[in-house]
Design a protein around this ligand. Sequence first.
Ligand code: C2E
Ligand code: MG
Ligand code: MG
Length: 858
Amino acid sequence: MDTTADTPSDVSRHTPITRRLVAALGVLFVLGVLVAVAALFNIAQKLDAQDVDETRFYIQRALDNRITATKNYITSYAYWTTAYEHLSGEVDVQWAYADQNMGKTLFTNDELEGVFVIDRERTKYAVVRGQQVQADAAAFMNMPLKDLVDELQAQPDLTRPTIRYTLFEGWPAVVTASVIVPNDERPQVNARETSILLFVDQLTPVKLRKVGMGYGLTDLNLVKDTTLEPGQPAVPLDSTGYSLISQLQRPGQHLLWSLAPPLGGALLILALLTAYFFRYAMRTARQVDASYDSLEKSKQALEASEERFRAVAEAASDWIWEIDSQQRITYLSARFNAVTGFSDQQWLGQEIEQLLFCDTLPIASWLGNLVEEQNASNLRCSYRDHSGQLRFCRVSARPIQDKATVTGYRGTASDITDEVAAHAQVQHLSLHDALTGLPNRNKLARHLDDALIAKEHSAPLALLMVDLDNFKPINDSLGHAAGDAVLLEVAQRLRDSTREQDLVARLGGDEFVIVLSGVEHSAEIDRFCTRLIDSLQQPIHYESHSLHIGASIGVAVSRRQGYVPGELIRCADIALYQAKSEGKKTWCYFASHMNDQIQHRRQLENDLRQAVKNNEFILHFQPRYTVDGQEIVAVESLVRWQHPTQGLLSPDAFIPLAEQTDLIVPLSRWVLREACETALTWPGSLMVSVNLSPAQFERSDVVEDVRQVLIETHFPASRLELEITENVMLNDVDGALQVMNALKELGVRLNMDDFGTGYSSLGYLRTYPFDGIKIDKRFIASMSNSSNDRAVVQAIINLGKAMGLTVTAEGVETLAQLGSLGTDECHEVQGYFLSRPIDKQAFAALLESSQSMSRTGS
Ligand code: C2E
Ligand code: MG
Ligand code: MG
């Protein structure tokens, strides 16, 4: 699994650093602006707070100064001997009011709304708004005057005035009070007896505005405490319920208001600029981030790719290589070690051609022809691995380019040793025989094509077709393992007999071909064939057996039979056929007349086919007698062919041909039926013998054929005797046994024909359900030659009898033979001496005369 692949979380984890930076800058900028604005507000607020403090300070200052001035002013009246004299005790109104020492002008000039002279008990003098009135001062003011008098008179310094805030006629006013004392050097006055002078300075709006202006206060005014706004600077006038206020300058607010439009505009512009900058910065940041992202992704992809490369490089069966421009190896993947057994250190720095070898193209020139865009091309190379073993690899390569310059190459090397071996194996199998390893028909054809390509200019060659004699019986009787062992041994002997430049091929079965190069003279070929036949005649040992085979050879020579491979093989084949027919273990050169024989054989085959169709066969019958030659006990049916042009042909002329084709099957059926039907026409219950061909066993269901004929002809099975040669057993030991048992179950008799010509006849006799044996005519013919031959026949007769078999002697041609067989107590005899095979009419006549003879005899 690729764990390094990009995931969204990875991307978000790594990326928008630049964007964050820009965002942070943006936030900082906004914060800065906010801080600046806040600072501005703070300043404005401070200015306003300062304004409040200052306003309060100046109101207080203005009030204090007015009070101080009034205090000074009242002192100038109260601390005055004249006033003391006119106002202590009874008030001198004349002096005070009429003379205007303390009358109207105090109101009109000094803006004092009330002027009073009081003592503890009463108001002695009152001027309100410039008019003298007879009234109590307390009626104008809401303050306890008695306390004020007591306080003033109790002062150690009687000249010190004091003030009170009060409502005068309902309006706030400052009452300044001072004890009226003389300012001359007179004895101490009694404070308790003094009068008090009161100046009432009503704080009217006009006066306050005037006072305020002196202190830069706008609209100094009075307001009820209950209507005071919070934070408004005010100076309370004690219990009057009023406070002095003044309109605030609010410089902070003014500052803000004055700065607001340009500041707003500037901020707007700044905001726009910021937004623009921010967008631009964000875009740039995004690009930077994107490039960072892509860089990061590329990095991740690169890491993943490297990871994958490593995984692939290690997991693949291929190894990866790199070389520089000098073709020196600069890199080898770890697989190199696993595949070749070398360590990469052994090869790094060496030229690649030291390691790999290509037999068709030098690697250097192959690399030189590679083009970048081109798909990786392959080159098959070989090398010796660590243990010196030859290995093959398929090398692919691509140039490494730095701009336009090729700085080296890299590629892979896939091990194809097994593939090459398998390919070679397939090639070998297609051209060689699997069993012997010899070249097969294909390879022979190629070899001949190459050898004969130059026609008459090519070197002469002799083609020998070799066929083993007696191979098939060995294969069939001892099994395929034995057959294989024989073929292997034969192959080895053929190889041993030939030279390097010659070719030995197996065409199949027991057929071999030898091509001798540079050979054309018969003497040379004869020598070779003699040697070869001699070699193949040597017994072959297989397990406990000593097997004897031989060989027949047909020879064709290129200088004579031409340069066409197929024709040469055909000629050698014809010559072989000739050699076999000449008695085996020999060789024959092809001669043109053999062509005629082949032609004849072909013609015969055609004729035979026609004959089967046209029913051109007849049966001859040869009787079998009791050994005294007196009585016919059975009759053998022997087929003849009434050839339209060649006359009556004996079975040897056509049975082998029929056996080689399928014609043996219909022919045999005809014989069987004809024999049964004919025998039915004869009187008595004579046994009828019919010969079976081994080929029938292979190509048809013999049991079924016999059964059918018996059923259809109503011929009693007990009268039918089938003659089977040993070859039947040789071909298929088990199969033959089964068939023979089945035949026996039909109720027929079985006779072994030509006994003594085959292999282990005695063994067969024990195994197979034979009723009798027919000793081959060669034994009978040789009986008179030597006592030894006679003894052989005697032994066979005794053996047969010992096994409970009916023993028949074939080919009895002489009276002597008949006599000997009689002496040896052979059961039955057959031969020219007694009767030749004759046609059915003749046989019927013979039978008639024989039966009448026996009747006569009896
Ligand atoms: P075979 O079954 O052993 O038949 C005996 C052969 O010996 C016959 O030859 C017969 O004419 C010949 N013969 C008999 N007595 C003498 C004698 O005293 N001296 C000599 N030299 N020969 C004698 P024929 O008829 O030419 O048959 C040859 C072989 O052809 C037979 O040998 C048998 O194997 C085969 N054959 C004949 N008819 C048939 C047939 O209908 N079917 C099959 N499958 N084979 C047949
Ligand atoms: Mg026979
Ligand atoms: Mg025979």
